[in-house]
Design a protein around this ligand. Structure first.
Ligand code: CDP
Length: 229
């Protein structure tokens, strides 16, 4: 039976890397929901759209945005496209990180993204990571995981990850960005970041990426065996 794996948690605690690894081991589709909010933010910045829920410019802009996922020939992973344009490297830039949480807090943006995420995941056998995947997008997901780690651990990891993309930021700039996003993501009215009651928790400061992947993979295997019986 197809299953859905929802991975939520704070910015930069290794959700995406874990989700990708688990999806690869299981042969599941991997979808990075954060990339969708980042792509919307990129569009708004490029077109000078004010981040206001009821602004007609924003409402109109949303109808002009078409997001899709295309498998990258180098990584073999699905990457977001914005109106047909590959934007994976653009959306990882600090300017997007600095603006994405206010955009993702807008109820009208969330409604549009959640609808599309539910459509993408309707057949199961998917790993999706984000903030509200286990609580709002797939509340009946068979496996829900909530990842945590101290902001220092997360910032160090993010700094290394950005460096591989040629982006240099100081630790304190990254800590500021992660902390601000955590605050906005956890306190918004719509789809706030919170642990689903039944989610299994992993402190990623205590594990290597390989261990994290293995833990979630084993949980998924257990659930898949039970659902076959
Ligand atoms: O990679 P990182 O953990 O830094 O963030 P991300 O997953 O790329 O998500 C970027 C931002 O999108 C988050 O800080 C949230 O503001 C927003 N987001 C959200 O609101 N809901 C989701 N399901 C995923 C991301």
């Amino acid at each position: 039976m197809p299953i859905t794996i929802a991975i939520d948690g704070h910015s930069g605690c290794g959700k995406s890397t874990t989700a990708k690894g688990v999806a690869q081991k299981l042969g599941f589709l991997y979808i990075d929901s954060g990339a969708m909010y980042r792509a919307v933010t990129l569009y708004f910045l490029r077109h000078h759209i004010p981040f206001e829920n009821d602004n007609p410019l924003l409402i109109n802009a949303l109808s002009e945005i078409h997001l899709d996922f295309e498998v990258c020939s180098t990584t073999g992973l699905p990457e977001v496209t914005l109106n047909g344009e590959k934007v994976e490297s653009e959306i990882r830039k600090p300017e997007i990180a600095a603006n994405v949480s206010p955009v993702a807090a807008l109820p009208i943006v969330r409604k549009a993204m959640v609808k599309q995420q539910q459509q993408i995941g309707k057949n199961g056998n998917i790993v999706m990571d984000g903030r509200d995947i286990g609580t709002v997008v797939f509340p009946t997901a068979e496996l829900k995981v909530f990842m945590t780690a101290s902001v220092e651990v997360r910032a160090e990891r993010r700094q290394k990850e950005l460096a591989t993309k040629g982006i240099s930021q100081t630790l304190s700039e990254i800590i500021d960005n992660l902390s601000t996003r955590d605050k906005i993501d956890s306190s918004r009215s719509e789809g706030p970041l919170k642990k689903a009651d039944e989610a299994r928790e992993i402190d990623t400061g205590l594990h290597s990426i390989e261990e994290q992947i293995e833990i979630v993979y084993q949980w998924a295997k257990e659930i898949m065996q039970v659902s076959v019986c």
